[in-house]
Design a binder for this molecule. Structure first.
Ligand SMILES: Cc1cc2nc3c(=O)[nH]c(=O)nc-3n(C[C@H](O)[C@H](O)[C@H](O)COP(=O)(O)O)c2cc1C
Length: 168
């Protein structure tokens, strides 16, 4: 069975999850999306970081090109995994994959530290701006800093084994 684990990652969080998935399935090909040669696989794990409640542009472009496959997805996001925002991300990504007639075997996601450059920029916004740092937001950014942590990575490895058992 040919398996691809592919990902887009700007600051390394999603790459760590991809590596943890690969730890569970060492025979799979692990490639950043930019290095994929073809999509000739029996099962594709596709991962990205969240930008405006869906896959980032690189992962989005790839996901739109995957048709009629067994797929699993993964992502990291700045928001809490149990938030409504995370549910929106799941819905957006699953809708995208289902629209192309793919068979979704499952998904995994966890928080990921937010790029300090983005935080610096957000901190310059005037206090009446809808994205300006308030106490709730600052706490979330602080909480995100330690992710993905070892537990997130262990869960990603477990996720990969679960997907493989479903695919057999
Ligand atoms: C430009 C930009 C937009 C982002 N948009 C969102 C968003 O809409 N929702 C969210 O929860 N996190 C958002 N994030 C946070 C990232 O998804 C998160 O930090 C992720 O773990 C980054 O993964 P990476 O290290 O693999 O690049 C955004 C980050 C950046 C830089």
């Amino acid at each position: 069975m040919k398996i691809l684990i592919t990902y887009s990652s700007k600051t390394g969080n999603t790459e760590k999850i991809a590596q943890a998935i690969h730890k569970g399935i060492p025979t799979a090909n692990l490639l950043p999306i930019s290095e994929i040669v073809n999509l000739d696989y029996d099962l594709i794990f596709v991962g990205g970081w969240i930008d405006r409640a869906t896959f980032d542009q690189t992962a989005l472009t790839l996901a739109k090109q995957i048709f009629d496959k067994n797929v699993a997805y993964f992502f990291t996001l700045g928001a809490y995994p149990h938030s409504e925002h995370a549910k929106d991300c799941v819905n957006n990504i699953e809708t995208l994959l289902k629209n192309n007639n793919n068979n979704i075997l499952g998904g995994y996601f966890c928080q990921g530290a937010i790029d300090p450059k983005l935080i610096s920029w957000l901190s310059t916004l005037p206090s009446d701006h809808k994205m300006s740092p308030n106490e709730e937001r600052k706490k979330r950014w602080e909480d995100a800093k330690s992710h993905p942590d070892q537990l997130d990575l262990d869960k990603a490895t477990e996720f990969s084994l679960d997907i493989i058992s479903k695919h057999k």
